[in-house]
Design a protein around this ligand. Sequence first.
Ligand SMILES: Cc1ncc(COP(=O)(O)O)c(C=O)c1O
Length: 466
Amino acid sequence: MELPYEEEIRKLSHPEAPKIVTKEIPGPKAKEVLNKVYELETVTLLAPYVIPFVWYEAKGSTIMDPDGNIFIDMTAGIAVNAVGHSHPEVVEVIKAQAEKLMHTVDMPSPKRVELMEKLSKIAPGEMKGNVRVAFAMSGSDAAEMCLKFARWFTGRAEIIAFHGGYHGITTGTLALTTNPAYKKGLPPLVPGIHFAPYAYCYRCAFGQKGYPDCDLQCARYVEDLITKPGVGLTDKPAAVIMEPVQGEGGYIPPPGEFVKWVWKVCKENDVVFIDDEVQSGFCRTGKWFAIEHWGLTPDLLNLGKALGGDFPVAAVVGLKRLMDNLPKASQPVTFAGNALGCAVASKNIELMKRYRLDERAAKLGDYFMKMLKELEAESKIIGEVRGLGLMIGIEMVKDKKTKEPMDLDKMVWLVHRMRDKGVLAMICGRWGQVFRFMPPLVITKEMLDKVYEVFRDSVKELERQL
Ligand SMILES: Cc1ncc(COP(=O)(O)O)c(C=O)c1O
């Protein structure tokens, strides 16, 4: 497999990974840190209760814990570190920029302009060279801005979101998110949100056997919500917000025709199409943005995670005609567009281009998926392997015929087992039944081979226990 800059990329990671030196994980030093976390930090924290793990040092696609155990990182900090952890050139940029300028109170700096120009050049379809940018600090507050922009632009309020969707943890975005684990006991949140089934073909909400025989009933449902009376909306919606490949909901690449259909209905009805690429953006799926797989131009593009990589940066990139309609000076955000963040994001984009990470993710993703698909064929508990590029989901089931989701405790056992063998991985999905592989895009083929062995052995071990 020919991959550009392979020698340089290989050197980014710890060469010995995976390497386990303690009898158990967490080891003694990690335990000390965890005990302090249990004492001091809110229990809402994601990691220590599901997977006790302490980060000490991270390079490329590897992580070291405080006890010197080295892991292959199949999480990229949830699809964040596309160019890898602590890339030497990113570190240099941080040092140089930190000595010059960091905070700019949401006001202009040359680095901010440099980043906006780069975003405009890489934006999908007709957005190229034709956008305005609004900076934010997290995917959640960027998504929150998308809602505001869509409402301002259309003068309408209601929003359509999808079953299994995830757009953030703030009040507005939580209203768009369906997972009760994040919102139980909190409503009323923001009213006027209507949900439609996503094109989750493995578990079709309409009981269909599969695409294309299903006649895309999920897309028809969205069309009905937008165009038919008596379906619960008081007017046409302001926007549809969609993840072009669903992330938290189970790493689900939908049939392209589903996305195209919904997009077309939005166009025909002046409904803003918000493309949430916080997780799927920046080369992860084998294209700069997942929406490019279907040749579509969104109205608003929601960006975060890999944009900043090691530094928190998020942004809404929107078509000029839409963004020009907003009231002037109406969206101040203290830390947004911080010069340090913009310098880091700009370097990240430069590295993604140089390493052709879109092409790399596509090739490595195909290679890894092929092995995983073979494993699916022989396994009793792998229901489906699916994905685009290096955004790969593995649906684990108790029974391939009934498709009953694997128990959460077994999924957690698998994650722990893989961690103990030196691979850090995560789960997602509505029942927590999907393994998701989203490594830094600078991971190597050899590392993926090692991950495959660890995953295969762990799955086989679980199979024997059941
Ligand atoms: C599609 C999508 N949108 C928005 C968010 C929220 O981003 P953040 O955690 O940076 O607020 C996420 C986070 O996982 C996401 O996957």
